[in-house]
Write a protein that binds this ligand. Structure first.
Ligand SMILES: *[C@@H]1O[C@H](CO)[C@@H](O)[C@H](O)[C@H]1NC(C)=O
Ligand SMILES: *[C@@H]1O[C@H](CO)[C@@H](O)[C@H](O)[C@H]1NC(C)=O
Ligand SMILES: *[C@@H]1O[C@H](CO)[C@@H](O)[C@H](O)[C@H]1NC(C)=O
Ligand SMILES: *[C@@H]1O[C@H](CO)[C@@H](O)[C@H](O)[C@H]1NC(C)=O
Ligand SMILES: *[C@@H]1O[C@H](CO)[C@@H](O)[C@H](O)[C@H]1NC(C)=O
Ligand SMILES: *[C@@H]1O[C@H](CO)[C@@H](O)[C@H](O)[C@H]1NC(C)=O
Ligand SMILES: *[C@@H]1O[C@H](CO)[C@@H](O)[C@H](O)[C@H]1NC(C)=O
Ligand SMILES: *[C@@H]1O[C@H](CO)[C@@H](O)[C@H](O)[C@H]1NC(C)=O
Ligand SMILES: *[C@@H]1O[C@H](CO)[C@@H](O)[C@H](O)[C@H]1NC(C)=O
Length: 387
């Protein structure tokens, strides 16, 4: 661990005591090679469960079974996002935050308990970064789409790529800064997108933090069963989003607990918030998760993987029971980054998958932000930035 810069980190703290945020709609013009699936759109909760049972059958690769080919999906899509900067003005480094399944961008900025759980508050007010969080394409306030063949991983990765370029070029409406450095932080499926983005375009990012992540796909079925999924349009709280069939939401509060919260690691009020503000996942997303992280990543910048000890979907509830030769399951994922020397895997003791929502969040936030600072991509990194 590189915590030798603690003194200089302390000088960041206090520089910015408050933050300034704005909600933005960004239009991205994108083109992706999507999969074309011979898969009916589940039209009832019974069909949703049938789909989950099909997808998780052992000894089968269901995605391969229903894969009928590939097709280009192109278009202009509206993305809902929030940009934040310290009161003192924008940082030279912006963190691009991508949430995972079950959430929207509020995952990074929970108002509960006077924003004590807010990752954005820590990154902006304590460290002096700018942040940009977005609702994944297809989810919440971002544009929705067809659930099987449109809203899939590759289309969302292209949206993330477009947002990255916009931040570099100063072309986000209301955010006219050409950031010197852009680091990408993901959670879960958002980490998969971050992994895939930097794998496909290794020079696009200056540093990445993959939270709630590993390369081990063996435990995805735990998550698929744990979610007790039903049609999102059958959930009262999601009615205002008017999701079409094929958008699947957690069936109840216990499903959210199973997938995101470790025993004894959370405030029950936060579990309730995670359920009531929860967002769905599409059939197309679930069918394209696996392929996203399949290839080796030649990214050369700093890589942090940080995952809860009891993470369910990426560690089967025990990250410290890895295959022989590794200290943890997330540590094994570092072998997928042959071209960077700055890489590290951190296990958050006792935490589950929903890192930002558990008691351990201060450790998680400090680890991520300290990692960026000590690897040369802190808020003041670079010298050429101008507003
Ligand atoms: C941004 O939108 C969210 C959700 O609609 C809202 O809670 C928040 O207050 C808005 N923030 C700003 C700065 O307008
Ligand atoms: C699509 O799947 C159905 C069964 O689910 C099968 O009968 C049909 O032949 C498949 N079509 C193609 C083009 O693979
Ligand atoms: C599940 O698989 C069965 C057998 O292949 C198929 O008939 C059915 O249509 C599938 N259902 C869903 C919702 O995927
Ligand atoms: C399953 O099949 C898909 C589509 O061919 C492929 O991308 C994926 O890597 C396969 N998954 C596994 C675990 O082999
Ligand atoms: C933004 O930057 C990318 C790569 O740096 C470039 O390819 C693209 O044309 C730029 N777009 C605009 C609108 O300036
Ligand atoms: C969910 O579906 C069930 C069964 O069809 C129905 O009784 C219930 O009213 C639906 N709830 C909502 C909120 O759509
Ligand atoms: C995933 O982790 C489990 C538990 O350590 C291990 O048995 C399995 O081989 C791992 N899978 C891969 C693909 O590394
Ligand atoms: C990554 O490192 C390998 C050797 O480990 C080297 O062969 C390859 O050219 C490197 N790739 C890039 C993109 O730097
Ligand atoms: C924030 O939450 C953590 C974990 O629950 C707790 O230890 C800490 O005291 C809280 N801080 C404030 C200022 O409430």
């Amino acid at each position: 661990m590189k915590y030798t810069t603690a003194a200089s980190i302390a000088t960041f703290a206090g520089l910015a005591s408050a933050r300034c945020c704005q909600n933005i709609t960004v239009e991205v013009d994108i083109n992706a090679r999507n999969a074309k699936f011979n898969q009916s759109t589940p039209a009832t909760n019974i069909e949703v469960t049938n789909f989950i049972l099909n997808m998780t059958q052992q000894g089968q690769n269901y995605t391969a079974k229903v894969l009928a080919g590939y097709q280009n999906v192109a278009g202009k899509y509206k993305i809902a996002a929030t940009y934040c900067e310290p009161d003192s003005g924008p940082a030279k480094t912006v963190q691009l935050l991508t949430h995972g399944i079950g959430f929207d961008r509020s995952y990074w900025d929970l108002p509960y308990d006077n924003y004590n759980y807010s990752y954005v508050s820590e990154a902006v007010e304590q460290y002096g970064f700018s942040t940009f969080s977005w609702d994944r394409l297809g989810i919440a306030q971002s544009q929705h789409g067809e659930a099987v063949n449109e809203i899939q991983s590759q289309l969302e990765i292209q949206a993330l790529r477009a947002l990255t370029y916009d931040l570099r070029n100063g072309t986000i409406p209301g955010v006219p800064y050409k950031f010197d450095k852009i680091v990408h932080v993901g959670h879960s499926y958002g980490s998969e997108h971050t992994y895939a983005l930097t794998s496909m375009y290794p020079t696009i990012s200056d540093g990445i933090a993959l939270t709630g992540f590993s390369q081990n796909g063996s435990f995805i079925p735990y998550f698929a069963f744990g979610g007790n999924f039903i049609e999102a349009n059958n959930v009262t709280g999601l009615a205002k989003y008017m999701y079409p069939n094929g958008y699947l939401a957690a069936g109840d509060v216990s499903a959210v607990q199973t997938n995101f919260f470790a025993p004894g690691a959370f405030d029950p009020a936060v579990l309730q918030i995670a359920y009531t503000t929860g967002q769905p996942v599409t059939v197309g997303e679930l069918l394209t998760i696996g392929a996203e992280t399949a290839s080796v990543n030649h990214f050369k910048g700093p890589v942090l993987i940080i995952t809860g000890e009891r993470d369910l979907p990426y560690c089967g509830g025990n990250c410290l029971a890895p295959p022989t030769g590794f200290t943890s399951i997330p540590a094994q994922a570092l072998t997928f980054f042959p071209n960077t020397t700055a890489k590290e895997a951190v296990i958050v003791p006792r935490a589950g998958h929903g890192l930002n929502l558990e008691y351990s969040h201060p450790f998680t936030y400090k680890t991520i932000n300290d990692y960026f600072v000590s690897n040369g991509v802190g808020p003041k990194a670079g010298t050429t930035w101008k507003a």
